[in-house]
Write a protein that binds this ligand. Structure first.
Ligand SMILES: Nc1ncnc2c1ncn2[C@@H]1O[C@H](COP(=O)(O)OP(=O)(O)OP(=O)(O)O)[C@@H](O)[C@H]1O
Length: 257
């Protein structure tokens, strides 16, 4: 269970609070999409939930344990984070990079057990990265690297997986495939998967639950169906040029454009 308990996130002055007093609970096995326009606060929220940024107030609890107070080793075992930044991995082959996902569990020598190796193998297959497992990570395309980082997170077998705009470099079939595999991973392992995305259509089709940031500091939480029907999606994304149609379930150009 992930619980946001009166959580406020943001920065010092001048930007200050981005999202305030969040109260949300997520059960195991949920695939949650975090949606909102540019600057709404998706990355700020996900960084805070990953323990990479201090909260301005309140707590984020994973299985009742405050994420901010976890020892780095504990956090590394329980939370996997995938960001769009490219980690430089000079000289490392893809399977070495994915094996790093097991590092929080290996002893001080970092030796992989047969179980660790099996998890790495399965993760590479799941993420569709098996065919380039022996290549150098730094030689891969952006989309291929993104799959490797997903494989590393899967190999880590975390309770919470946080992925920030990771589908940005993937082509359309790749995005569908990756989001579907993350949802299946959540269901199969009981992990909570939190993914921010600008892929509104796909997210609304695949998410168990959506966290919709309205860009004014508000957060609406619900199933895609309820958020669409209640007009939250339109309020968060409509502009003079495009409008979300709840009946069609997609954006249309506004009449005057
Ligand atoms: N390091 C920072 N210091 C101060 N303010 C920041 C910092 N990073 C982001 N912000 C501000 O916080 C707000 C939320 O930014 P954030 O990056 O979380 O939005 P986002 O929803 O992830 O946007 P995008 O879709 O463009 O990636 C914005 O107003 C942004 O300018």
């Amino acid at each position: 269970m992930l619980r946001l308990n009166d959580l406020s996130v943001g920065y010092g002055a001048p930007r200050g609070t981005v999202l305030a007093h969040l109260e949300v609970e997520v059960g195991p096995g949920s695939f949650v999409c975090v949606l909102g326009r540019n600057g709404a606060g998706k990355s700020t929220l996900l960084r805070t939930l990953s323990g990479l940024q201090a909260a301005l107030g309140g707590h984020a609890l994973l299985e009742a344990e405050d994420i901010a107070a976890m020892r780095p080793q504990t956090r590394a075992r329980r939370i996997a984070v995938v960001l769009t930044e490219r980690p430089a991995s000079p000289g490392l082959a893809v399977d070495d990079v994915v094996s790093l996902g097991r590092q929080p569990f290996t002893g001080w020598q970092g030796r992989l057990t047969a179980d660790d190796r099996a998890r790495v193998h399965t993760a590479l297959e799941m993420a569709g990265a098996q065919s380039f497992a022996t290549r150098l990570f730094d030689d891969l395309s952006d989309g291929e690297r993104q799959r490797v980082m997903i494989a590393r997170a899967v190999a880590q077998s975390p309770q919470l997986m946080v992925l920030d705009e990771i589908t940005a470099f993937l082509d359309l079939p790749g995005r569908v495939e990756v989001m579907a595999l993350l949802r299946a991973h959540a269901r199969r392992t009981g992990a909570i998967v939190l993914l921010s995305s600008h892929d509104l259509d796909l997210s609304l089709q695949l998410a168990d639950s959506v966290w919709l940031l309205d860009g004014r500091g508000g957060l609406a939480v619900g199933t895609p169906e309820t958020l669409i029907a209640d007009g939250h999606v339109g309020r968060a994304f409509d502009t003079n040029a495009v409008r979300f149609s709840p009946t069609l379930g997609r954006f249309d150009l506004a009449a005057q454009v």
